[in-house]
Design a protein around this ligand. Structure first.
Ligand SMILES: [Fe+2]
Ligand SMILES: [Fe+2]
Length: 450
């Protein structure tokens, strides 16, 4: 069976050597390609910090950064001559870019990274793009679009002052400042920069605090009272936060995957962010307060530290695949209650989720090849994650850290699809083959008619 880490490494492409001409034309191409590498590196860094930033405001800022950077990369690539498009999109193409990626990920704290983006990267990018917009006809339009995009990030205002930084954070800011000001020709450092891998638990401030790994508190998906509705919304909020944190790690832990992979995941982060805003808005309108219920992060715990194929199998294929059908039940619930706002939200979310599962299936196929290999990855990943989480839940129970019935609730979540009908049409739209749909039926112990 193919090993996905090896496939990731093979995806790292060699540095291109072709030239498009001499003088100005070549300089324009070099500058645009430098900007692409710069944006790619920062996208990967920002994605990695989503799960590591405790502040919800910073998580949301980083989500916006990731998909805006993806859009800038696409804009810049389109500005290249046709023969050069796509060449600069692979982040692992040279040692200097890899060094920039490693540096952004290795910030001493979430606060230092976010401040580094605002105080060092934004001003540097504004200078680069205004310069390009003035000097070069070919890339001028793309540069104007990117400059405008950066101005939008700050809202045209200088970054607000925040709490003072410690020595490590100040040193990091100046290192990022130097790198950002270069935009090309980053020199790999003499000493390797250590990259945080295997983030096992997302950082969370009190209002979005996660349950412990292996802990599953009682949930309520059907209650009709106001407090039950607040709890229901917290369950959805918890899922959206986990989704962008998990997907952010899929980008950052696998920085040499092809650009198309990072681009697809950046769009997924955008969608999860928008879903979260809908639930937060609903909670606010219904008089709820974020933080009244501890959020579940089981889906993050399932995937943390696993190889990429296992993460895609567990999150996009199994968890989000199950959500396709679970959202159907939610839709019926709100239809029966005549709540058109919730109905509209659920339908919007389900449309996006079909695409997330579809992309997950495509990338699983890219990593693993044939359907039988994917089935083997899914089965093994689930069995390993289940054993790991059950062990953790049992240890929590021995220490008296969880409420009675925790292990049963955990097993209930892990087996939540059992006995539930498989929606063949929805799954086909989400890129499941007939063989995969049949396998899902077997896993759930239900009949499937294809
Ligand atoms: Fe979502
Ligand atoms: Fe999703």
């Amino acid at each position: 069976m193919p090993v996905d880490d090896e496939r990731c490494r093979r995806a790292a492409r060699g540095q291109h050597t072709g030239r498009v001409g001499t003088g100005d034309a070549q300089r324009v191409v070099d500058e645009v390609e430098g900007a692409i590498a710069f944006e790619r590196a920062l996208l990967i860094g920002a994605a990695g910090w989503i799960a590591r930033s405790p502040s919800l405001a910073d998580k949301l800022f980083l989500c916006r950064w990731v998909w805006a950077a993806a859009e800038r990369v696409r804009t810049l690539d389109r500005a290249l001559p046709p023969s050069r498009r796509g060449d600069a999109l692979e982040a692992g193409s040279d040692a200097g870019t890899r060094h920039l990626v490693a540096t952004t990920i290795a910030a001493p704290s979430a606060r230092a990274f976010v401040r580094g983006l605002v105080e060092s990267v934004l001003p540097a990018a504004a200078v680069i793009y205004s310069g390009m917009a003035r000097q070069h006809g070919l890339a001028a339009r793309a540069a104007q679009v990117c400059a405008r995009d950066y101005r939008r990030v700050t809202g045209g205002r200088p970054p607000r002052a925040r709490a003072s930084m410690n020595e490590a954070e100040r040193a990091y800011r100046s290192r990022l400042h130097t790198l950002a000001a270069q935009t090309r020709g980053w020199q790999a450092g003499d000493r390797g920069v250590s990259i945080a891998r295997d983030v096992l638990k997302p950082a969370r401030e009190p209002s979005i605090q996660a349950q412990a790994c292996g802990e599953v508190r009682p949930e309520d998906w059907l209650g009709s009272g106001e407090r039950e509705h607040h709890q229901y919304l917290h369950q959805l909020i918890g899922f959206e936060i986990v989704a962008f944190e998990t997907v952010g790690r899929q980008i950052a832990d696998f920085p040499t995957m092809p650009w198309a992979f990072h681009s697809d995941l950046a769009m997924q982060i955008r969608d999860e962010y928008r879903h979260l805003l809908m639930w937060l808005e609903r909670l606010r309108r219904r008089g709820g307060r974020l933080g009244d219920f501890r959020l579940c992060s089981l889906e993050f715990d399932l995937c943390a530290g696993q190889p990429l194929a296992a993460r895609l199998a567990l999150f996009q294929r199994l968890v989000e695949g199950f959500a396709l059908e679970a959202l159907d039940l939610n839709r019926l619930l709100w239809e029966a209650r005549g709540d058109v706002v919730m109905l509209d939200y659920i339908e919007r979310v389900q449309l996006d989720e079909v695409m997330h599962v579809r992309k997950g299936n495509e990338w699983l196929r890219w990593l693993c090849g044939e359907e039988q290999n994917i089935t083997a990855v899914v089965t093994r990943a689930l069995a390993e994650a289940r054993a790991r989480l059950v062990d953790t839940a049992q240890a929590l129970a021995v220490r008296g850290c969880v409420e009675t019935g925790n292990l049963e609730r955990l097993l209930g979540k892990l087996d939540q699809g059992r006995g539930m009908p498989v929606n063949v049409e929805l799954r086909r739209r989400a890129g499941f083959s007939d063989e995969a749909i049949r396998h899902e039926g077997l896993r759930r112990d239900v009949r499937v008619s294809l």
